[in-house]
Design a protein around this ligand. Structure first.
Ligand SMILES: C[S@@+](CC[C@H](N)C(=O)[O-])C[C@H]1O[C@@H](n2cnc3c(N)ncnc32)[C@H](O)[C@@H]1O
Length: 273
């Protein structure tokens, strides 16, 4: 993760916060709900939602733990925290948020029954250090639920190629987030175990994600981590790249004009012994 510091990452997500998960695409919420099912949250539990963003996990988690439980969301993006805090207040939800680093959260030991981290761990400079911290803040017998991405949809390979020429060598890792400890379910499972967890299980699921048309995908791709790739493109090339992406997506259109991405997600559940 060299050359893209934690602070730069937080600022990137500041720029996405306004439209993050708000563009009519069933994505983060779908995966959050499945994560909660797999972790099996029950009423009364104390939950930490690491890298909470706009609350895709936090809000359904608060509903499931009920009045007797609690959810704390932490994130390093001030914009995410500010907007999610306002939503919590407006919706009168039993949750709170705090501006805090996910890798070294300043939280007491054994304070939570469950730690959740949806699409966050691969942004950390040292993912195993993050996992170790999450193990530390769990009470004995507690559990963690983490989502990561699996293999990319091969039908969309040519779209990814469009962005590659603009990625400098020091950011090459961003094109290979399924490498190293994220390469396979087994490699990630071993990383989770090396952080102290036991009873680690992972499953991979493929979920179709629908966009109204290719332009909808482009707009959506600016609203989350993919924005990083758009921002690497010089201003005077942006329109040409946009046209290339539209051209690559054109053959993928369904009869109704939409395009569908087959998104593979890994759900990992682990325990503190
Ligand atoms: C892809 S979003 C996922 C948000 C949410 N969990 C969801 O499923 O919609 C990643 C989030 O992690 C946050 N993040 C990235 N690096 C972080 C760090 N070092 N500490 C805390 N949050 C971080 C970003 O600000 C962003 O809100």
């Amino acid at each position: 993760m060299s050359a893209y510091t934690r602070q730069a990452m937080a600022l990137l997500f500041d720029r996405t916060a306004k439209t993050y998960d708000a563009l009519g695409v069933d994505f983060f919420g779908v995966f959050a709900r499945e994560l909660l099912d797999r972790v099996g949250l029950v009423p009364g539990e104390r939950v930490l939602d690491v890298g909470c963003g706009r609350g895709a996990v936090l809000f359904p988690a608060a509903e499931r733990v009920g009045e007797g439980g609690s959810v704390l969301g932490i994130d390093l993006s001030a914009e995410m925290i500010e907007r999610t805090a306002k939503d919590i207040e407006d919706r009168g939800v039993n949750a709170s948020v705090s501006l805090m680093d996910a890798q070294e959260p300043t939280l007491p030991d054994a304070a939570f029954d469950v730690v959740l981290a949806s699409f966050v761990v691969f942004f950390l400079p040292d993912p195993v250090a993050g996992l170790r911290s999450w193990h530390r803040v769990l009470k004995p017998g507690g559990r963690a639920g983490v989502t990561t991405f699996g293999a990319d949809d091969p039908r969309w390979a040519s779209v990814r190629e469009v962005f590659k020429p603009f990625v400098p060598p020091e950011l090459a890792w961003t094109l290979a987030v399924r490498s190293g400890l994220f390469a396979t379910v087994e490699a990630f499972g071993q990383a989770v175990e090396s952080a102290g967890f036991t009873g680690v299980t992972s499953v991979e699921r493929v979920c179709p994600v629908k966009f109204a048309d290719p332009g909808h995908w482009i707009t959506w791709s600016w609203s989350h981590g993919q924005r990083m790739f758009w921002e690497l493109i010089p201003e005077d090339r942006l329109d040409a790249v946009r046209q290339s992406v539209l051209a690559e997506l054109e053959p993928l259109r369904e009869p109704d004009g939409s395009v569908v991405l087959a998104q593979t997600v890994r759900y990992t559940v682990a325990h503190r012994g």
